[in-house]
Design a protein. Structure first.
Length: 187
């Protein structure tokens, strides 16, 4: 992908949705720069995976959100800070096992400051799978340090693919067991 105003490369197309006109997915050029050397040497690229959804938190966004729920009283106020708000955590994921909680605001990963969800995503993606990384989070007005061990995204995807293939093969085997009765299912 090229920025038409500056002529600079800003990304590399990774996938296109055929049934959604004009929709494609790209790898940001900054991510390509991070892994370019490993790719050129034929190394496998490993991506850190934590198992959560993040939302960018800014003071303005927090104020707007707090104003929207001020009458309901059923939710804690979001601190008016910059960071990445943990919006959703998937069960048995690295962040769940590591102790991160929904509504935590990630402010640092390792020694790097986090000002947005994209900052956090980039740092998580670069994190070496299987090694502890520290998260400095704001939880209920208190700073906490939580250590999380990212999983390798590619091995997670391979395991999901194997499970899907196993289920498809099981269905094929059950269908073949029907033998002469298959013609009845077609009508």
């Amino acid at each position: 992908m090229i920025d038409v105003e500056s002529g600079q490369v800003i990304g590399i197309n990774a996938a296109i949705r055929a049934h959604m006109e004009g929709t494609s997915f790209a790898i940001p050029i900054n991510r390509i720069r991070d892994i370019m050397h490993d790719l050129s040497n034929g190394k496998e690229i490993r991506h850190g995976y934590l198992g959560c959804q993040l939302t960018t938190c800014t003071p303005d966004w927090a104020r707007d959100n707090n104003a929207d729920v001020s009458g309901s009283g059923n939710r804690n106020k979001i601190p008016e800070v910059y960071g990445a708000l943990v919006h959703k955590i998937y069960g048995k994921s690295p962040v769940h096992l590591g102790g991160l909680k929904e509504q935590d605001i990630i402010q640092k990963i390792g020694s790097e400051p986090v000002k947005s969800a994209s900052d956090a995503s980039r740092l998580i993606d670069l994190a070496p799978p299987g090694e502890n990384i520290s998260f400095q989070v704001l939880r209920n007005g208190n700073m906490k340090i939580i250590n999380v061990k990212p999983k390798d995204m590619s091995s997670t995807q391979r395991a999901l693919r194997r499970e899907k293939q196993r289920r498809l093969q099981d269905e094929r085997n059950r269908f073949q067991e029907l033998g002469p009765f298959r013609s009845l299912l077609r009508d």
